[in-house]
Unconditional design. Structure first.
Ligand SMILES: NC(=O)c1ccc[n+]([C@@H]2O[C@H](COP(=O)([O-])OP(=O)(O)OC[C@H]3O[C@@H](n4cnc5c(N)ncnc54)[C@H](O)[C@@H]3O)[C@@H](O)[C@H]2O)c1
Length: 280
């Protein structure tokens, strides 16, 4: 593995690109506009600065890691990539378009990783000429601070692809827990329901946002409450994910809280927009 392709330069794409660049991989980061890429370049520099500051006692971090990242709006730049991680918005139609295009461009041996919250890997793999090379990695946020990830085996994913992914993760100081394909996998099947129910509790005025989170932190010993977690993930991503679970399982327990929809309509997306359940 030499060249890593990263598609989508939002919260997750920035983190994934940085993590691979830090371990000296050559990274090509793709997004739809130059403006988004310029913004992501600044944000990746900030991630790098913070990483060096917070982890300075653990040993030196390559100060020029961010130079290993090239920025592009052209998917064809991934023609020679060995390992591709897709992180665009959690929308089946948008992802479908990207994979159909990607399937015509990439090498037949390239491994393709879907970084998704809830969409099944089998569905995405079926769009590709080589579905045996497609697998899921559910990276956690912030990527460089969460070394353990879920690795998802789709119906067509080969053992060799899973092994390659685990080795590649190991090479950037990360480790994977392999699970079978199902909407939301393990983590988000449980987490999204918790977050959505916490939003219902807020909407029903059972408690204010701070108290809901304090109950999780002080009574359960969690490091973050569900509403703070939602703000970190992005409320639009939470809404997309809950909608995917709702449609995938045809189960009303995943119906999105009206307050969640209203906040997304209002542009209150959490940390990335400066306001969600809390102000930043
Ligand atoms: N935010 C999280 O905590 C988190 C955690 C794990 C997984 N995920 C998953 O990772 C993926 C990305 O989430 P995010 O939070 O980074 O979203 P985001 O909204 O921060 O970023 C998405 C990026 O994709 C870009 N994009 C949209 N369409 C594109 C296209 N056709 N080609 C190239 N780029 C395109 C957008 O311009 C944007 O920069 C989603 O599938 C999400 O479910 C998110």
């Amino acid at each position: 593995m030499k060249k890593i392709g990263v598609i989508g330069a939002g919260i997750m794409g920035q983190g994934v690109a940085y993590q691979f660049a830090k371990f000296d991989y050559e990274v090509c980061l793709i997004d739809i506009s130059q403006e988004v890429l310029d913004d992501s370049k600044n944000k990746i520099r900030n991630i790098s600065r913070l990483d060096m500051l917070v982890n300075r006692e653990k040993g030196p971090i390559n100060p020029t890691a961010t130079d290993n990242i090239r920025y592009s709006t052209d998917l064809r730049d991934l023609a020679d990539a060995d390992f591709i991680v897709e992180n665009i918005i959690e929308n089946v139609d948008a992802k479908t378009k990207v994979y159909q295009e990607l399937s015509e461009i990439i090498q037949t041996t390239a491994k393709v990783v879907v970084n998704t919250s809830c969409i099944t890997i089998t569905r995405i793999g079926s769009l590709m000429k080589h579905p045996e090379n497609v697998l899921g990695i559910h990276f956690m946020n912030p990527v460089h601070m969460r070394p353990t990830v879920e690795v998802i085996r789709g119906v067509y994913t080969s053992d060799e692809s899973i092994e390659t992914a685990l080795k590649t993760l190991e090479s950037v100081n990360m480790n994977g827990i392999v699970v079978n394909d199902s909407p939301g996998f393990v983590s988000n099947r449980v987490l999204m329901l918790t977050v959505n129910e916490a939003i219902f509790a807020l909407q029903d005025r059972v408690a204010d946002a701070e108290s809901i989170d304090r109950i999780h932190k002080e009574c359960f010993g969690h490091t973050m409450g569900p509403l703070e977690t939602a703000d970190l993930i992005g409320l639009d991503t939470i809404l997309y994910s809950v909608e995917v679970l709702y449609h995938s399982f045809n189960d009303s327990k995943y119906r999105p809280a009206p307050l969640l929809k209203q906040m997304v309509d209002a542009g209150k997306l959490g940390r990335k927009s400066g306001e969600g359940f809390f102000k930043y």
